[in-house]
Design a protein around this ligand. Structure first.
Ligand SMILES: CC(=O)SCCNC(=O)CCNC(=O)[C@H](O)C(C)(C)COP(=O)(O)OP(=O)(O)OC[C@H]1O[C@@H](n2cnc3c(N)ncnc32)[C@H](O)[C@@H]1OP(=O)(O)O
Ligand SMILES: O=C([O-])CC(=O)C(=O)O
Length: 378
């Protein structure tokens, strides 16, 4: 009797591995919902802190709950001296995602409750990370510019405080709003590679910091979160809107992946792109600067060329990359900013995984050499 060959799903494409209550893409409407709420409505009507609360607690906060949540987050923002000194010792040649990964690993090492995986302990750790990660990202960007860190301001909201810690000032509310929208859009996306990584680590009953450290590693790659930074490098390489089509033809002929395009789940366009593109258009319009207009024209030209050549739509990283550039952030900080937002989704999934845990351990079809004798020593 011949055994039937197992069906292989490379990259787990199309495989449903578990249930989740946190978010879903509704294919019929091409809409993403967090805990049932359409993300475009959350982005339009709520601030990122409220979205974080929703992802963790399952419901939007009332006024009192939001005030308490904000106060706790603001109080946790400062880094202690040891952490600041440790991070300042990391080589500036390393990627800022390495700094973030090291920071989270260190937060775990110094937390005496690291192995307490009760919901209350994990909620406290999640809030600590949400509060401290922007402080790490901002200090690291300033260090690379040869500038001293700026301490967090507990009087400012999450988005405003990040600008303050990066630049020593808060831009006008339109810019802050565009940034806040990007944080809402980046917060959660079901079983993407980094979230799944966090769930795999959690499924072994390892601790939250280990799961987040691993997730940061997964997000860093250019096929995932690293694409927002890669988009900016690509636009810089192309340089001129007139070159977009020729550059694309050559890149496709060389079998290059075009950064910020394509998606495992969305085949007819990422539901988050219209909202982020709208925010980007607002940033371009308010800049009223020929250089910004040229960058926006190049961005649009490449989008049109990619759609006409390959029929492939942009993903969220495409408009977010240029938007972060126009907000003044250094390109290597783009993926760390993604982490500042996605920490909410990752930790919501860690809690959910622990709530009905099953060790994640798939099978592989072996196609190596058949069994053979070990040769005797030479
Ligand atoms: C927030 C996020 O993480 S969103 C994703 C960010 N990543 C990127 O922008 C990186 C560029 N994009 C890609 O590499 C891919 O589209 C991925 C990794 C996102 C999705 O990949 P998959 O679901 O595995 O799709 P797959 O790679 O099989 O693509 C299907 C076809 O479209 C092509 N394709 C998909 N995306 C691209 C792209 N960006 N550039 C060129 N061709 C592409 C593939 O080459 C493939 O063509 P083929 O059938 O002729 O071989
Ligand atoms: O879902 C994915 O595969 C990637 C993505 O868009 C995200 O993580 O936001």
């Amino acid at each position: 009797m011949t055994a039937t060959a197992p069906e292989i799903h490379r990259g787990l494409a199309g495989v449903v591995v578990d249930t989740t209550e946190i978010s879903t893409v509704i294919q019929e409407t091409n809409s993403l919902t967090y805990r049932g709420y359409p993300v475009q409505d959350l982005a339009a009507r709520r601030r990122f802190e409220e979205v974080a609360y929703l992802l963790w607690y399952g419901e939007l906060p009332d006024e009192r709950q939001l005030a308490g949540f904000k106060a706790r987050e603001r109080a946790l923002r400062p880094l202690d001296r040891t952490t600041s000194e440790l991070l300042a010792r990391l080589p500036e040649t390393c990627h800022p995602m390495d700094v973030l990964r090291t920071a989270v690993s260190y937060f775990g090492a110094e937390d005496p409750t690291e192995d307490d995986d009760s919901p209350a302990a994990n909620r406290a750790k999640s809030l600590t990370l949400l509060a401290k990660l922007p402080t790490v990202v901002a200090a690291d960007q300033r260090r690379r510019r040869g500038l001293a860190p700026i301490p967090p301001d507990p009087g400012l909201g999450y988005a405003e405080n990040f600008f303050h810690m990066c630049f020593g000032s808060v831009p006008d509310p339109d810019v802050v709003r565009c940034f806040d929208i990007s944080l809402t859009l980046y917060a959660e996306h079901s079983f993407n590679a980094s979230t799944f990584t966090a769930r795999v680590v959690t499924s072994t009953l390892s601790d939250l910091y280990s799961a987040v450290t691993a997730a940061i590693g997964a997000l860093k790659g250019p096929l995932h979160g690293g694409a927002n930074e890669a988009v900016m490098h690509m636009l810089t390489e192309i340089g001129d809107p007139q070159r977009a089509e020729q550059w694309l033809d050559e890149a496709l002929a060389a079998k290059r992946k075009i950064m910020g395009f394509g998606h495992r789940v969305y085949k007819y366009g990422d539901s988050r792109v219209p909202i982020m593109q709208d925010a980007l258009d607002r940033l371009v319009a308010r800049a009223a600067d020929p250089d910004v207009t040229r960058k926006a024209a190049l961005h649009a030209a490449l989008r049109h060329a990619m759609l006409s050549r390959k029929g492939i739509h942009p993903n969220l990283d495409y408009p977010a990359g240029l938007a972060y550039h126009l907000m003044g952030f250094d390109t290597p900080a783009f993926t760390p900013i993604f982490v500042m937002s996605r920490i909410t989704g990752w930790t919501a999934h860690i809690t959910e995984q622990l709530g009905h845990n099953a060790l994640i351990r798939p099978l592989a079809a072996y196609d190596g050499p058949g069994q053979r004798p070990v040769p005797s020593d030479a």
